[in-house]
Design a protein around this ligand. Structure first.
Ligand SMILES: NC(=O)c1ccc[n+]([C@@H]2O[C@H](COP(=O)([O-])OP(=O)(O)OC[C@H]3O[C@@H](n4cnc5c(N)ncnc54)[C@H](O)[C@@H]3O)[C@@H](O)[C@H]2O)c1
Ligand SMILES: [Zn+2]
Length: 356
C-alpha cells in the first residue's frame, strides 16, 4: 500500500519475518534504531542482526514522551556519530513513534524516519498520517508537527505478546475506522467478531482494511482542515473518560466507549436512527466492556472535555454519525443539556461497569 503525502509518498510494507526486517534495516544508509525497551526484550530477534552500538532502547512512558526524552535520543545519536545521512528506524507503539518521529524531524533539521509499529493501535491506525506530538507540562501532545515516514513496516507477529486488553484497545480504533468507512466494512467486522471474537485471528486483513480507510481520509485532508477531523470520532468523550479515570482505561477502549456515547447523543438529537444506534451498540457492548475502579459521572466528564485542548471553554465539536459511513461535525455547547444526555447514557446504556 502506498500513501500519498505532500511530504513525499511512502509505502506500508508487510514484513514476513524478523530476518527479512533486519535485512531491510541493514540496507538503509547508516541506520540507527530506537526501540521500545519492552519490545527489545520480548522480540530480541528483531534487532539481533543489527550492531548493538546503534540500538537505543526507550521505556514507553508518557514521561519519556517529552522534549527531555527527545533530547536523550538526540544525544544518543550524536554520541554514536549519526550524521545528516543517517536514517532512524523506530520500533514500538505510539509512544515510541512520537518520540522517534520528533527526534528524526529535528536531528540535523531532519533525517529519514522508518517505522515498525508494534501495538495493534499503532499498526492499524497511527503508523500512517504523519502526526507527531510530545507532552508539555501536565498536558498530552501539546508540541508537534506532521512528519511523514520514509516507509512503514508491518510485522503482525509483534502483536502476539500484547495483553488481551491491548488487543481490544487496538480493535476499538479498528471499529472506529469501520464505522467511518461504511456499511460494508462494518458488516465485515461484525462477521469477524462473530467468527473469531476479540482475538488476533485474521488480524492482517483488519489491519490493512483499517489503514486503507485512514489512507483515503488523509490523502484528501492530510493537515486536518476538515475531513480528517472525523478520525477523532469517539475521542472527545473517550479522552474525557481517560482523564477522569486517571488513564485506567486503555485508549482504544475509551474510544469504543466514546463512540457509543457519541452515537447516543446523535440518536437523541434525531441524527442517528434507533436501529443504527442499536446495531453498533450491540457490537461495542459485547466486545468492549470493561470493569472500572474509578468513579465517573457526567459532570466530571464535561469538565474533562472543557479542559481538552480541542475544546474552548463553552463549546465542543462533536463528531456524530448519521449512518454508517456518514459523520457530521456538530458544534455543541458544553452545557446542562449535553450533561443530561451523557448522564442518561451512563444510566441506561453504559458498556462499562463501575465496580464501586
Ligand atoms: N502520533 C499519532 O498519530 C498517535 C496516534 C494515536 C496515539 N498516539 C500516542 O501513542 C501512545 C499510545 O500508543 P500505543 O497504544 O500504541 O502504545 P504505547 O506505545 O503506549 O505502548 C503501550 C504498552 O505496550 C508495550 N508494548 C508495545 N509493543 C508491544 C508488544 N509488541 N508486545 C508487548 N508489549 C508491547 C509498551 O512497552 C507499553 O508498555 C499515546 O502516547 C498516544 O498519545 C499517537
Ligand atoms: Zn485514538
Amino acid at each position: 500500500m502506498t500513501v500519498r503525502s505532500a511530504q513525499g509518498d511512502y509505502d506500508v510494507t508487510p514484513v514476513a519475518d524478523a530476518a527479512s526486517f533486519s535485512g531491510l534495516v541493514r540496507d538503509l544508509d547508516d541506520p540507527f534504531v530506537a526501540i521500545d525497551a519492552r519490545v527489545a526484550q520480548l522480540h530480541p530477534q528483531i534487532v539481533s542482526g543489527i550492531d548493538k552500538a546503534r540500538v537505543y532502547a526507550i521505556p514507553a512512558t508518557e514521561e519519556e514522551k517529552t522534549l527531555a526524552g527527545v533530547e536523550r535520543l538526540s544525544l544518543f545519536l550524536q554520541e554514536r556519530g549519526a550524521s545528516k545521512r543517517s536514517a532512524l528506524v523506530v520500533i514500538g507503539g505510539g509512544i515510541i513513534q512520537d518520540i522517534g518521529t520528533f527526534g528524526a524531524h529535528i536531528y540535523y533539521r531532519g533525517i529519514p524516519l522508518h517505522y515498525a509499529p508494534t501495538t495493534l493501535l499503532s499498526m492499524a491506525d497511527s503508523c500512517i498520517g504523519a502526526k507527531c506530538g510530545v507532552n508539555l507540562g501536565r498536558y498530552k501532545n501539546q508540541l508537534g508537527f506532521f512528519k511523514s515516514p520514509a516507509r512503514v513496516y508491518v510485522w503482525p507477529r509483534f502483536l502476539e505478546t500484547l495483553t488481551p486488553d491491548d488487543v481490544r484497545s487496538g480493535l476499538g480504533e479498528i471499529v472506529k475506522l469501520a464505522v467511518i468507512s461504511g456499511t460494508a466494512s462494518f458488516e465485515s467486522l461484525e462477521r469477524r467478531f462473530e467468527k473469531y471474537g476479540a482475538g488476533l485471528d485474521a488480524i492482517d486483513e483488519a489491519i490493512f482494511s483499517s489503514l486503507d480507510t485512514k489512507r483515503r481520509v488523509i490523502e484528501i485532508d492530510e493537515y486536518e482542515r476538515d475531513l480528517r477531523k472525523t478520525l477523532n470520532y469517539g475521542h472527545t468523550f473517550g479522552h474525557a473518560l481517560e482523564a477522569v479515570t486517571g488513564h485506567e482505561v486503555p485508549h482504544g477502549l475509551a474510544v469504543a466507549w466514546g463512540m457509543d456515547v457519541a452515537n447516543y447523543v446523535a440518536l437523541r438529537k434525531g441524527l442517528l436512527p434507533e436501529s443504527a444506534f442499536a446495531r453498533i451498540h450491540r457490537l461495542l457492548a459485547r466486545w468492549f466492556s470493561l470493569d472500572i475502579k474509578h468513579d465517573y459521572d457526567a459532570a466530571a466528564l464535561l469538565e474533562g472535555m472543557r479542559r481538552d485542548k480541542k475544546a474552548d471553554a463553552a463549546t465542543v465539536t462533536l463528531i456524530l454519525p448519521k449512518a454508517l459511513g456518514e459523520l457530521q461535525l456538530v458544534k455543541t455547547p458544553l452545557d446542562e443539556a449535553l450533561g443530561a444526555l451523557v448522564a442518561d447514557y451512563i444510566k441506561e446504556h453504559d458498556i462499562f461497569r463501575k465496580t464501586r
